[in-house]
Design a protein around this ligand. Sequence first.
Ligand SMILES: Nc1ncnc2c1ncn2[C@@H]1O[C@H](COP(=O)(O)OP(=O)(O)OP(=O)(O)O)[C@@H](O)[C@H]1O
Ligand SMILES: [Mg+2]
Length: 243
Amino acid sequence: MSRPGRPSAAPPGRRHRAPAIGYFVTGTDTGVGKTVVAAILTLGLDAEYWKPVQSGVDGPAGLSTDSECVARWTGLPAGRLRPEAYRLALPASPHLSAAREGVSIRLPRLTLPATRRPLVVEGAGGILVPLNGRKLMVDLMAQLRLPVILVARASLGTINHTLLSLEALRARRLPVAGVVVNGPANGADLAANVAAIQHYGQARILAVLPLLPALTPAGLRAAWARFGGKLAPPARGAGKAGA
Ligand SMILES: Nc1ncnc2c1ncn2[C@@H]1O[C@H](COP(=O)(O)OP(=O)(O)OP(=O)(O)O)[C@@H](O)[C@H]1O
Ligand SMILES: [Mg+2]
């Protein structure tokens, strides 16, 4: 059974209630289902959700940001969603969205928010997406040190994208909790894709998720059942102050 990891120590000089546990949800690409999976985990683990860097905030009302999607789909109150550290208008790679606004994303500003629950953190795009002139999303993952959940498509091309992503994570020695294969296979051999990811990627498959009929709390809870206890909810109180 996978054990969520402990984050790095709080920055010096700051009173910080560190969350004891959580996961970093990344993906093989943009639009692969990171937010859907993060919403499932947030409900399933009774967690809080945090999107540190949001690129693109001008979508349809109530669904314009990933935090808004998670709130809408889970029905959780606003207090379960931590505010983004960077909200950038342009829906592009964070380094470009930030540059457009004359902003430089600073990693020291991206420390884990204090929570009493586990924390589900969602990246932006994939693993090697640039955050600024020097740092990539994987550098933020290395800084936060949460076990990583990789969301992959079910369809054709996913084996290559998933193996590349796993290599990038392992090159940084990041803890990988496992892979979620998400969405329709679009005619591909789903079982063969899943088996290949497991075999060549030496990765645990946490769940295989179909296109959910409804992104509602009931739909998300049904999807959580597909994880089959592989990401067990942490013991209550594990993330309390001073833990
Ligand atoms: N398993 C699923 N069931 C139903 N709908 C899904 C599923 N996975 C993804 N979708 C749909 O695809 C859209 C894109 O998925 P999602 O927003 O989770 O991707 P993402 O990887 O978080 O994208 P981004 O890189 O923009 O953060 C969702 O808004 C949702 O409508
Ligand atoms: Mg998302």
